[in-house]
Design a protein around this ligand. Structure first.
Ligand SMILES: [Zn+2]
Length: 316
């Protein structure tokens, strides 16, 4: 029997709709829009669906304190509440957030075990703002930071690059690895903007100096600015760092149509940026990429951009 070429894995599950946020930009409709659109595009026939599992508590603890984990659980159990002015916890949020982190773990497992070539996690709640003791900015558990530590601890792959092109700075992810030279965090984001961190002088601390790279962008920046950031700064640094795995915090809120920010990426630009990282991953880490959904709040732009990103991953 001939070996079939490996497909791209996609983590999707209607259980992710159960994190209910009410009238809120980070709504369940975001995933419904993407799932439906990918189906109309026929994508489900040429990807491998990955089933998520709830992340074990000891793995969540790689990044978060037990007291914070307990507090999310208790707010969920007691019917819900708010972690900050815009971060909603509903009765199903705790379980959904464990499944979000676990979705990334399942994707990492599938890539490392060789059942898929790369993977895209269509999960929520998002994660890159979440801090060890505090959720914020729509984020409960820091899915991508948890996944990075999981790769190191379970699979003994030591160097991880995280590329975050969400329009907001991933303060939680940066914080998790700020003094750690084994995880290199790269971010493009609108600046100044929420959450206020991410200026170019933030490059790490102690042993981690030189392993955080921020390219803040002014409102109005378009693909030219992103290409400059990637080609002149990120990709040469990634090549030098020589990671074993590349993770992407793939928010789609730098799209021109997004209501929460003022950058000007077009749908097809996500295809182009993905291609740049794929080529880099191909050269240095056997193409090992797991990407995860962060922001993106115009449903039409979101579903089309997610499709563009996935299309590039499928061509890898
Ligand atoms: Zn965002």
């Amino acid at each position: 029997m001939q070996n079939m070429p490996l497909l791209t894995g996609v983590v999707c599950d209607t259980k992710y709709l159960k994190h209910e946020t009410g009238n809120h930009p980070e709504s369940a409709q975001r995933l419904t829009a993407i799932y439906t659109y990918l189906k109309t595009k026929g994508v489900h026939k040429s990807i491998k669906k990955i089933k998520p599992y709830p992340a074990p508590l000891d793995v969540i603890q790689y990044i978060h304190t037990q007291s914070y984990i307990d507090s999310v659980k208790s707010i969920s159990t007691c019917g819900g509440g708010m972690l900050d002015l815009d971060t909603v916890v509903s009765p199903e949020t705790y379980d959904t957030a464990l499944l979000a982190a676990g979705g990334m773990l399942a994707a990492v497992d599938a890539v490392i075990n060789g059942t898929v070539k790369n993977a895209f996690c269509l999960i929520r709640p998002p994660g890159h703002h979440a801090l060890p003791e505090r959720g914020m900015g729509f984020c409960i558990f820091n899915n991508i930071a948890i996944a990075a530590r999981y790769i190191q601890k379970k699979y003994s792959l030591q160097r991880i690059a995280i590329v975050d092109w969400d329009v907001h700075h991933g303060n939680g992810t940066q914080f998790a690895f700020y003094s750690d030279p084994s995880v290199y965090y790269f971010s493009t984001h609108q600046f100044p903007h929420y959450p206020g961190t991410g200026n170019s002088g933030e490059t790490g601390s102690n042993e981690g100096i030189g392993f955080t790279m921020n390219v803040p962008l002014l409102p109005g920046a378009d693909i030219q600015a992103f290409e400059d950031a990637f080609e002149k700064h990120f990709i040469p640094a990634i090549k030098k760092f020589n990671p074993d795995f590349i993770l992407i915090s793939s928010g789609f809120d730098a799209h021109a149509d997004d209501p929460l920010a003022q950058l000007y990426l077009q749908t097809e630009d996500y295809y182009l940026l993905t291609k740049l990282l794929i080529s880099c991953a191909h050269d240095i880490c056997n193409g090992r990429i797991v990407s995860t959904l962060e922001g993106g709040y115009n449903l039409d732009a979101l579903k089309r951009s997610a499709h563009a990103h996935l299309s590039a991953l499928m061509e890898a």
